[in-house]
Ligand binder design. Structure first.
Ligand code: SF4
Length: 471
């Protein structure tokens, strides 16, 4: 997938002025938030479960090489083939080699964010094969000329029902429908034919289980079940960090994942697939492959933002992020949007390509509070901001401004004098309504909103006065 994260600011500006998108985002806002809030109180000890989830993910990451070897051994013993891809290009070539080996002409896919990293669908089509996305959101985007996903669990959440109806009408040549049920039935009818005629199914993997060599897939539509069991070949693609040691660990993480993602106590479908179809078994693929992907993950593991690899892709951080809620997922310019995307994208594609993403945060820490595996997202964003600064990627005036601020802040008397004068000037700029409509040298603050003028006293002055009162 093409990286356009370096244009975050411009894209966000466009999205903020897109009335239709803003309407769709507003409709979505709060839906997930409210459902999650209701779902987590069902658990006696949600905080304790979050701690358990965090330590399971840390245990996996601390000895990743050991668990990966165990996974490979156990999956191979159950008849699967385990392959490793270091780069996005390797993912695509491995898939195409498997397809060629089994004479595959048509491929169906359930949702896989990792395959978005390598633009797998385009590679499959360029090789002359047919590929059909079966996750409803991904399917909607595919028929809209491969529009990129805007959310990690709801790729087409930015689209309204009316927009989807138009797309179906155009792509399927059917009468225009208006109800969500009717649209779902239409999609089901179209996709059923593809399930029955595909030679290969590609899935992602919510978890790869080391002790059993299984892949765990969590969906609400049941499309992953059909994708992985009807075609003769199944390829599961996921990142190295998706390893968990045991099935019991999966059970704990499953108490967190659906609740944090969609506010469900359990998703409609949870598939645990182990090995290819054995003798006497009726369902399942005859040939099963795992593609275990690095694509920058070992770099993250060795870095000071390694905690980001604990992510179980629930999407809660973006559902609660005031920035994401306003600019939408496409502004982030690559596969992963929102707070987790603002860390993973610079780490996977290079900080110089995505340096504005860690800055796309108000540091309100909503994301850190809701993350089911306790990733300190604002801390990691701050680390990447520092890195961008150290690497000289930030503009000269930011460097100069911080240097001046740092010099003044180390001289308390001077700092007090400047802040007193500054606060008085800002108060005067406020005018009658108490609002500053334009801030010289910092126009970005007031481009899209007014700034409230300070009441005219500094914190030090107020503190001194309060202390005096209470003395
Ligand atoms: S960072 Fe946390 S909240 Fe965000 S998607 Fe990952 S697990 Fe969910």
């Amino acid at each position: 997938m093409q990286v356009t994260s370096m244009h975050f600011k411009e894209r966000a500006h466009v999205k903020l002025n897109d009335e239709r998108l803003q309407g769709n985002l507003k409709q979505m806002q709060g839906k997930f938030v409210g459902k999650r809030r209701a779902a987590i109180v069902e658990l006696d000890d949600f905080e304790g479960t979050r701690d358990a989830g965090k330590s399971i993910r840390n245990r996996a990451l601390d000895n990743l090489d050991v668990w990966l070897e165990l996974f490979e051994k156990n999956a191979t013993a159950r008849g699967a083939t385990v392959l490793f891809a270091e780069t996005p290009a390797e993912i695509n070539s491995l898939v195409l080699e498997i397809a060629a080996k089994h004479g595959v002409r048509k491929i169906i896919k359930s949702k896989s964010m990792v395959s978005e990293e390598s633009a797998l669908d385009h590679a499959i089509e360029a090789a002359g094969l047919k590929v059909v996305e079966t996750d409803l959101g991904e399917y909607i985007l595919q028929i809209n000329d491969y529009e990129p996903p805007s959310h990690i669990i709801g790729p087409a959440l930015h689209k309204s029902k009316e927009e989807v109806a138009q797309l179906f009408h155009k792509a399927h040549g059917t009468p225009l429908k208006s109800g969500i049920d009717e649209l779902c039935l239409e999609a089901r009818g179209v996709l059923r034919q593809h399930y029955l005629t595909a030679d290969m199914g590609i899935s992602g993997g919510n978890f790869f289980v080391a002790e059993s060599g299984s892949v765990v897939l969590v969906t609400n539509e049941g499309n992953a079940t059909l994708t992985t069991t009807l075609p003769k070949v199944h390829v599961a693609i996921s990142g190295i960090e998706k390893i968990v040691p045991t099935l019991e660990d999966v059970a704990t993480l499953m108490r967190l994942l659906p609740r944090s993602a969609t506010g469900q106590s359990i998703s409609n479908y949870v598939d645990v697939l182990t090995g290819s179809k054995g003798e006497g078994e009726v369902h399942g693929a005859e040939h099963m492959y795992f593609i275990v992907v690095d694509c920058g993950r070992t770099g993250v593991l060795a870095s000071d933002v390694r905690e980001a690899l604990r992510c179980i892709r629930c999407g809660a951080c973006m559902n609660h992020c005031p920035v994401y809620q306003n600019v939408g997922g496409h502004s982030y310019g690559w596969v992963y949007p929102g707070p987790i995307g603002s860390i993973l994208t610079p780490m996977y594609v290079g900080l110089e390509q995505a340096q504005d993403l860690p800055a796309a945060s108000t540091f309100c820490n909503q994301c850190g509070v809701v993350c089911p595996v306790k990733i300190p997202l604002p801390d990691l964003q701050r680390k990447l901001r520092e890195k961008a600064f150290e690497q000289g990627l930030r503009p000269w005036y930011e460097h100069a401004g911080l240097r001046i601020w740092s010099w003044v802040a180390q001289r308390p008397a001077l700092y007090a004098m400047f802040s007193t004068v500054g606060v008085r000037i800002l108060k005067m700029m406020g005018g009658r309504d108490g609002l500053i409509h334009h801030l010289p040298l910092a126009g970005g603050w007031t481009d899209g909103r007014d700034m409230r003028a300070p009441p005219g006293r500094t914190f030090r002055e107020l503190y001194r006065r309060q202390r005096g009162t209470h003395a």
